[in-house]
Design a binder for this molecule. Structure first.
Ligand SMILES: *Cc1c(COP(=O)(O)O)cnc(C)c1O
Length: 312
């Protein structure tokens, strides 16, 4: 029994009118732990369980950690999440709600991850947030659902952090005979590790992340995401934090759903009527969701981003 739910696929009137094409939304924000991550992480946790794992370990203070905590509770398997001190109060509260053991350690994810890795014992499974084929197989189920509908898009828009979602969506397109449908990969300016790698023609590691879209904050994307850029039709787009935040506020007003800036980044293409959408008539947006940002946090970031823009 999968741990994710089948999500609604709806046409959006407000986004279609600003995007100048028909915009369809795959509402992954409605997954119980708040993002698409449960598809892949749920599938991986089930598989590790079958292989005998008696504990799940994660070092993510974001949606990956939340998905592991949710999966562990559903599978009656204990979960330990090691997070850095920078992890928001909101994220800690959500992890506690899922009854995960939380260990706060280190100034950044790097230190938290080192501790998590050192804790792994024989019967533990470590869940990587994006670089695991089991995750991609699970993420691909969102495209299986699309393929069962009557809607065939001529492009798919999605956000890229470490590239797990990208790998899953492309796997899903290919296994459903949709391998020719191009993917539009969106990042924010301070977290554009995929865009930079495409420009350089090789995998690039960013020195640091400077975006409010923390869920896109992988300094380096997985090798498979980079490989797909050579064989799958793709466009890469970078938007500002300001545009991503504004999209979050407009999406809340239009569809009554609060998503993280990581997801707002994708939606920003529709709200801006982006040139990246030119030539497409029916576009699927993966509304990846994200549970770690409150509306107060988003408004505070917006005010700061607007002030920075005025400085320019
Ligand atoms: C994890 C995440 C992403 C990025 O997914 P990757 O697989 O790391 O590329 C985007 N949006 C949200 C809300 C996420 O949780």
């Amino acid at each position: 029994m999968p741990l994710h739910i089948e999500t609604p696929l709806i046409e959006s009137r407000p986004l279609s009118s600003t995007a100048n094409c028909s915009v369809w939304l795959k509402l992954e924000a409605l997954q119980p732990p708040g993002s698409f991550k449960i598809r892949g992480i749920g599938a991986a946790c089930e598989e590790y369980s079958r292989r005998g794992a008696r504990r799940f370990v994660s070092s993510s203070g974001g949606n990956a950690g939340l998905a592991v905590a949710y999966a562990g509770r559903r599978l009656s398997t204990p979960v330990t999440v090691v997070v850095p001190e920078t992890t928001s109060a909101r994220a800690r509260e959500l992890l506690r709600q899922e009854a995960a053991e939380i260990i706060v350690h280190g100034a950044s994810w790097h230190e938290a991850n080192l501790l998590a890795q050192s804790m792994i014992e024989e019967a533990d499974a470590f869940l990587h947030p994006f670089d695991d084929p089991l995750l991609w197989h699970g993420h691909a189920t969102m495209i299986d659902e699309l393929a069962r509908s009557t809607m065939t898009p001529d492009a798919v828009v999605l956000s890229v952090g470490g590239g797990g979602l990208l790998c899953g969506v492309i796997e899903g397109l290919r296994r459903n005979g949709l391998g020719k449908v191009p993917v539009i990969a969106v990042e924010t300016a301070g977290a554009a590790s995929f865009n930079r790698s495409l420009q350089a023609g090789k995998l690039i590691e960013l020195a640091s992340i400077s975006s409010v879209a923390t869920s896109l904050g992988a300094k380096r994307v997985c090798e498979q995401a980079f490989q797909w850029s050579k064989t799958h039709s793709m466009r890469s787009v970078v938007v500002s934090d300001h545009a991503a935040l504004e999209a979050c506020e407009r999406f809340l007003a239009d569809h009554r759903l609060l998503v993280e800036p990581a997801c707002g980044a994708s939606l920003a293409l529709a709200y801006a009527g982006s040139r990246a959408l030119a030539g497409f008539s029916r576009v699927l947006f993966i509304v990846c969701g994200g549970a770690t940002a409150t509306i107060d946090q988003i408004r505070e970031w917006s005010t700061k981003a607007a002030a920075r823009r005025e400085d320019l």
